[in-house]
Design a protein around this ligand. Structure first.
Ligand code: FAD
Length: 333
């Protein structure tokens, strides 16, 4: 089976890449092991308001961010515009756009190996001169060209009923949440409440989230409506292209290490880099793709990486926590 471009993964990066390459006239086959786009959801669902989102995928507005350092009163950043998504609806809308652009969408397709033929679990082998690896933090495409996310944060999140409307994202920084932070993000009548930590502390995640849940019981119910989790790459940007024999492999989104090492946010970068990768696949300009990612992301990701390293090497006392978090001026110094 032959195509111009094979896209691995149909998250925000892969769906955006498939749509862009198809719009530019390429024959695109796009694959994901998921049977339905975006499901199960593994996300806290917050995006910056400037990200273009179909209105049917928006669940509520976010206006501010409240940061709780240990048990101090929160520091409120009143200017933090965002949207809370229905992430499954968001991913589905991007996949639908790729389909409408002409990409062949194949859900329920597990990618086993890239040799550079893309070998699927059902025995099918697909070939193309360009492969876009948008297959997330543990990308097989990345592994094939030696661009691997070595630093990850592990997460656990519950969705709980929210007792009163809220328009802020609440962030919890604590020595008890090592290598990450806790969050409570409101989504209409529910909230996503979770935490991320360094992999060494993964075994503590369940009790960390349970403790956060009980500390918020004036605002949320005891009932747990959903449970999720997953890995977030926090090691910064990887080389986003390489060759496997004659096949050019481009990486986008989490596969390219574009999630922010401090906040873990990666949806907007996945959509943007996906579009650029789709464009580069169509034009063959993979070096320009790398340059564009460098221009847009390198400085911000390097700063976040430096702050993350400082935090990991500190004693995690109160005074050390705030310079490692985005609303504080010390973060930007
Ligand atoms: C708990 C949690 C909370 C988060 N909260 C936020 C948030 O609030 N805001 C934000 O901006 N970011 C958040 N992120 C990060 C965000 O989800 C990612 O940065 C974003 O999804 C990256 O998009 P992507 O398309 O690169 O990868 P993904 O969305 O991970 O998509 C990769 C796709 O590849 C598919 N795939 C992987 N391997 C294979 C295989 N072998 N065969 C077939 N298919 C395969 C997967 O099924 C998946 O659909 C969060 C992450 C986690 C884990």
């Amino acid at each position: 089976m032959q195509a111009d471009v094979i896209v691995l993964g149909l998250g925000p990066a892969g769906a955006s890449a498939a749509a862009e390459a198809a719009r530019r006239g390429c024959k695109v086959i796009a694959l994901d092991r998921k049977r339905e786009p975006g499901l199960p959801v593994q996300c806290a669902e917050l995006v910056p308001r400037m990200l273009e989102v179909q209105s049917s995928a928006i669940r509520q507005r976010i206006d501010s961010m409240a940061t709780f350092v240990e048990d101090d009163a929160p520091d409120v950043n009143a200017d933090f515009p965002g949207h809370m998504l229905d992430r499954a609806a968001f991913d589905a809308s991007l996949v639908e756009a790729a389909r409408r652009a002409g990409a062949q969408i194949r859900l329920g397709s597990f990618i086993k190996r890239i040799t550079p033929a893309v070998e699927l679990a059902d025995g099918t082998a697909l070939q193309a001169p360009v492969i876009i690896g948008a297959d997330g933090p543990r990308s097989r495409a990345g592994k094939a060209i030696g661009s691997v996310n070595t630093a990850l944060v592990e997460t656990r999140q519950i969705t709980v009923p929210l007792l009163a409307p809220h328009a802020a994202t609440d962030i919890f920084l604590s020595a008890d949440i090592p290598g990450g932070y806790g969050w409570l993000f409101p989504k209409g009548s529910v909230a996503n409440l979770g935490a991320g930590v360094s992999p060494a502390h993964k075994g503590r995640l369940k009790s960390i989230v349970a403790r956060l849940h009980s500390s918020q019981r004036e605002r949320v119910s005891a009932e747990i409506l959903a449970l999720t989790g997953g890995a977030i790459p926090v090691g910064g940007m990887l080389k986003p292209w390489g060759f496997l024999q004659q096949t050019c492999i481009l990486l986008a989104g989490d596969a390219a290490g574009l999630a922010n090492p401090v906040t873990g946010a990666g949806i907007a970068a996945a959509v943007h880099s996906g579009r650029l990768a789709g464009q580069a696949a169509a034009t063959g300009k993979h070096e320009e793709y790398e340059e564009e990612l460098e221009d847009v992301y390198r400085a911000a990701l390097d700063r976040a990486l430096a702050r993350r390293r400082e935090l990991l090497n500190s004693k995690l006392e109160k005074a050390a926590l705030s310079p490692g978090w985005i609303p504080y001026p010390e973060y930007w110094q």
